[in-house]
Write a protein that binds this ligand. Structure first.
Ligand code: AMP
Ligand code: ZN
Length: 147
């Protein structure tokens, strides 16, 4: 049994609200979202950092993240931009040691709110994850656009 949270999600040992899955990657809703529609894309193999991945996994990870972004743009969330983010090591605030790319909807003039959410994250972790039903509704919007 794996000790890595994201490997557990890949193996189905932990639940997740997926928006996409294929032979190389899984994309699912972040349960402590910094923004509504916060998606994580992970490779199905365990590596800690982006440069450790075989090239075909890295390429597919980025391609999938950009597909998710396109789906977010077309969804009712209608972001003005998206933030792709990889915290690539503990000193860069990587808390789960399995490569993951964050895809976050961004809006004009939301910088203050975004930073506030980042600072609030430790409290969010203490308060518990977002309700599955709320995440599922957002995931359904994203899945519809991916189809
Ligand atoms: P990072 O700080 O870049 O390592 O981001 C890890 C992300 O994984 C954070 O945004 C967490 O909210 C998220 N996360 C942790 N555990 C889970 C989980 N079981 N399901 C979904 N997202 C998770
Ligand atoms: Zn892992």
């Amino acid at each position: 049994m794996s000790h890595c949270v994201f490997c557990k999600i890949v193996k189905g040992e932990l639940p997740s609200i997926k928006v996409h899955e294929d032979d190389k990657v899984v994309a699912f809703m972040d349960i402590y979202p910094l923004r509504r529609g916060h998606v994580l894309v992970i490779p199905k193999i365990h590596q800690q950092q982006l440069h450790d991945l075989p090239a075909e996994y890295r390429e597919h990870l980025v391609n999938t993240a950009s597909r998710i972004a396109k789906a977010l743009y077309a969804s009712p969330l209608k972001p003005a931009a998206v933030h792709y983010m990889v915290n690539d090591g503990p000193a860069a605030q990587q808390t789960v040691p399995h490569v993951h790319m964050h895809v976050l909807p961004r809006y004009s003039d939301d910088s203050l709110g975004f930073v506030a959410r980042l600072l609030r994250k430790p409290f969010d972790l203490a308060l518990g994850p977002q309700k599955p039903a709320e995440l599922e509704a957002l995931a359904a919007d994203i899945r519809r656009q991916l189809a």
